[in-house]
Design a protein around this ligand. Structure first.
Ligand SMILES: [Zn+2]
Length: 181
């Protein structure tokens, strides 16, 4: 999996302002999440949005945190692509089933734990079934839930942004340490 360098479009989608406040300069970064590629907009991957564990990125890349949202699964266990894109990973990662999809605008969504029904290279439309939900995600408050992650390049974003919810919080730029997967 080659990681492409950030494109101009991707870079321009991040707006950085540094207003000088009483406590010194504050960096705010705004990420615009574009509509999905032609073929549809963003759709919840597993029934109506039911957030069980919120996005809680760590203050530093190597620290523990929650790099996505956990969504309750009242539906039949079918996990669907949140947007149109191309499957870039489908299989076992450290003992859990993971599917990752690359979308327009440099965005990548990741779904776990799932039993994948797609393969790397598959083109998927928004709403396409990509796997079956499995039990075992550590931060599920209940028996089973879907962990959905959203990244733009190395940055973890709140996946709820895709659905018009959520907040932009940002990991510090990876410098001395790589962000965990
Ligand atoms: Zn989670």
């Amino acid at each position: 999996m080659a990681r492409a360098a950030p494109s101009a479009a991707e870079a321009s989608a991040l707006t950085v302002t540094t207003p000088a406040g009483p406590g010194g300069p504050v960096t705010r970064i705004r990420a615009d999440v574009p509509a999905a590629a032609p073929g549809g907009s963003w759709r919840p991957p597993i029934g109506p949005i039911d957030v069980e564990t919120r996005f809680d990125p760590p203050p530093l890349p190597w620290m523990p945190g929650h790099r996505g949202v956990d969504l309750g699964a009242a539906a039949d266990g079918s996990v669907r692509a949140a947007g149109a894109g191309t499957v870039v990973f489908a299989g076992d990662l450290a003992g859990r089933g993971v599917v990752s999809i690359d979308h327009a605008g440099g965005l990548r969504t990741t779904y776990e734990p799932v039993d994948a029904l797609v393969a790397p290279g598959d083109a998927v439309a928004a709403g396409k079934v990509i796997g079956r939900l499995q039990a075992g995600h550590a931060s599920c408050p209940g028996a089973i839930c879907l962990h959905l992650g959203l990244k733009r390049g190395p940055l973890y974003l709140d996946p709820l942004l895709l659905f018009g919810q959520g907040q932009v919080r940002l990991l510090p730029r990876p410098g001395r340490a790589e962000a965990a997967p």
